[in-house]
Design a protein around this ligand. Structure first.
Ligand code: SF4
Length: 312
């Protein structure tokens, strides 16, 4: 939670409801050095798909239009369980799946593609983690290219990232398949002061110097610097984004008209045992208070747009 937030304040969120991230009740069997979720997957004894499904239904009652994100662990490591959870989400919601699209002994790549094909009317986008230096055994790029839904590759860039020559290789690797790329700043380093800072962000400077900057959208919590680049191999312009987000999902703010101090929620979580949390640091969500959540217009706005480049 953001520093100095009083967890007793009434909740406010954007119209439609904040995003609900669901932690699947089974592990990924990887050990990425930067993983922040791994500890929770060490003891699976209290994990329950049934409790998660009950919690999904509760969130649907309160905000029938919110987005759901399935993450882990590894959502695709247990397709039967994931199917039950996807089936519990009514079609009013958008569903996103964060995955490594893994190599796994008991489920083939073709089975994962068939699963996505079967559920493609439910899934809005699949976000595949692919880092410049791989930490897991990666399934072939062609398999990722064959995912039959909208898809995107996510790549975290740390301050000591592998500099622009490696970025070029990475961009070409996915551009040839026309798969959008989201580079992500290390969120543990993001602060309200550096969220929009352009001058001292060396990654952003590199991207601005080597690719065509076309727009910026953002809100109090996160933003996206949008770029395009020309893929000679296929004769097309492709898009990529540099995304920054604060390391918490609740901001305390006083409403200037009513004088009431609210906790503005951007993400809520359903944990592996079905518990509700209001932030990434184990802060519990008071579900009865959330039933009375106040809505405000979504503050995500275009802050800069180069119309000509954007429309090309
Ligand atoms: S694959 Fe994802 S959940 Fe698994 S260890 Fe790596 S970062 Fe963590």
């Amino acid at each position: 939670m953001a520093p100095n937030v009083n967890n007793k304040n009434p909740y406010k969120t954007r119209e439609g409801g904040c995003t609900c991230t669901v932690f699947v009740p089974y592990d990924c069997n990887n050990n990425c050095p930067f993983c922040v979720n791994k500890k929770e997957y060490a003891d699976t004894s209290k994990f329950s798909a049934e409790k998660i499904i009950e919690s999904i239904k509760t969130i649907d009652e309160i905000t029938p239009l919110c987005d759901f994100v399935f993450t882990g662990g590894e959502p695709l490591a247990n397709l039967a369980s994931l199917q039950k959870m996807l089936d519990a989400v009514p079609t009013t919601h958008k569903i996103y799946i964060n995955t490594t699209f893994p190599i796994q002994p008991n489920i083939s790549g073709e089975e994962m593609l068939a699963f996505v094909e079967k559920n493609k009317s439910k899934i809005t986008c699949i976000n595949i983690s692919r880092h410049i230096r791989p930490f897991v055994e990666e399934s072939p790029d062609e398999l990722v290219a064959n995912i039959p839904t909208k898809k995107r590759v996510n790549c975290v860039l740390y301050r000591n990232y592998d500099k622009i020559d490696k970025l070029y290789d990475y961009v070409k690797r996915w551009g040839r398949y026309q798969i959008p790329i989201q580079f992500r700043y290390d969120y543990t380093e993001t602060t309200p002061e550096n969220l929009y800072d352009e001058e001292h962000d060396l990654i952003l400077q590199d991207l601005m110097n080597h690719f065509t900057y076309i727009g910026l959208d953002g809100c109090r919590m996160r933003n996206g610097f949008h770029f395009k680049y020309y893929m000679e191999e296929i004769g097309k312009w492709e898009r990529m984004t540099y995304h920054k987000t604060l390391p918490y999902s609740t901001i305390e703010e006083k409403d200037p008209e009513s004088g009431i101090t609210y906790n503005i929620l951007y993400d809520i979580l359903i944990k592996q045992n079905g518990d509700f949390h209001s932030d990434w640091d184990n802060t519990p969500l008071d579900i009865d208070r959330y039933r009375k959540v106040v809505f405000e217009p979504y503050d995500l706005k275009f802050l800069y747009k180069n119309e000509k480049e954007w429309l090309d």
